[in-house]
Design a binder for this molecule. Structure first.
Ligand SMILES: Cc1cc2nc3c(=O)[nH]c(=O)nc-3n(C[C@H](O)[C@H](O)[C@H](O)COP(=O)(O)O)c2cc1C
Length: 218
């Protein structure tokens, strides 16, 4: 049995979001094909996701220099505990599905804040004399994203900082990423339904594939 972590980085619902419509079809298909797997949903807009701020940096610094957790302020303790909880939840999963819209060329700020809670040195990656090495190798992720313009090719390609950012983060941890996008519906509104449906079909095929894969925690 594998554990799939479904990370929703969108504040709306599947009726109002192409990305969530893709995510919903993905998860339903996955469940049909791998009913025994555990699916844990983490909705970043319904849950507390701490940002890296002075409390967090000072708290980490205090622990790194040999201080104890009990010596931290209650604010520092609660932020660090929550970050650790999110990191451990991430480590415990075997597969990941991320749903996000493109906002201003990148992922929503809350999604970035979440990535900051799982990119933790010596937990999900480590530094070696040859550079950083992922500690999460063998795990698989899928990113489902909608964006109004076209970035997979053409003049806007270089302006895509959403999926490329996620891929860089996952690469660092050693996690393989597949991406499915619904794109261009703002440019071609007459084709919007077709663009959405095609993306949903791709998401369904990807879910069937991921459900077949045995990815087990090391
Ligand atoms: C605040 C905001 C910023 C956006 N920025 C971009 C952008 O930089 N590039 C783009 O192609 N589309 C942009 N869009 C359009 C969305 O990416 C597009 O509507 C997409 O379908 C959103 O995903 P959703 O359908 O899951 O909500 C933006 C939309 C909003 C609301």
């Amino acid at each position: 049995m594998s554990k799939l972590l479904y990370v929703v980085a969108h504040p709306l619902d599947k009726e109002r979001s192409y990305s969530l419509a893709m995510g919903n079809s993905f998860i339903n298909t996955y469940k049909e094909h791998s009913p025994e797997d555990e699916i844990v949903e983490l909705n970043l807009y319904n849950e507390y996701i701490p940002e890296i701020d002075a409390d967090v940096l000072e708290g980490w610094g205090h622990l790194r220099s040999g201080g104890t957790f009990e010596e931290l302020t209650s604010q520092q303790q609660s932020k660090l505990s929550r970050i650790e909880e999110l990191t451990e939840q991430f480590i415990a999963a075997d597969k990941y599905v991320f749903v996000s819209p493109m906002w201003n060329f990148t992922i929503p700020a809350r999604f970035k804040a979440y990535l900051d809670t799982v990119l933790i040195a010596r937990k999900t990656f480590t530094y070696t004399e040859n550079g950083p090495v992922g500690l999460m190798t063998g795990k698989k992720a899928v990113h489902l994203q909608s964006r109004g313009n076209i970035y997979s090719a053409g003049p806007m390609k270089e302006a895509e900082h959403a999926d490329t950012l996620l891929k860089t983060c996952l690469d660092l941890m050693g996690i393989e990423l597949e991406t499915i996008v619904a794109e261009g519906h703002a440019l071609q509104p007459d084709d919007a339904d077709k663009i959405k449906q095609q993306a949903i079909e791709k998401a369904v095929l990807s879910a069937e594939q991921l459900a077949k894969e045995m990815v087990l925690n090391k």
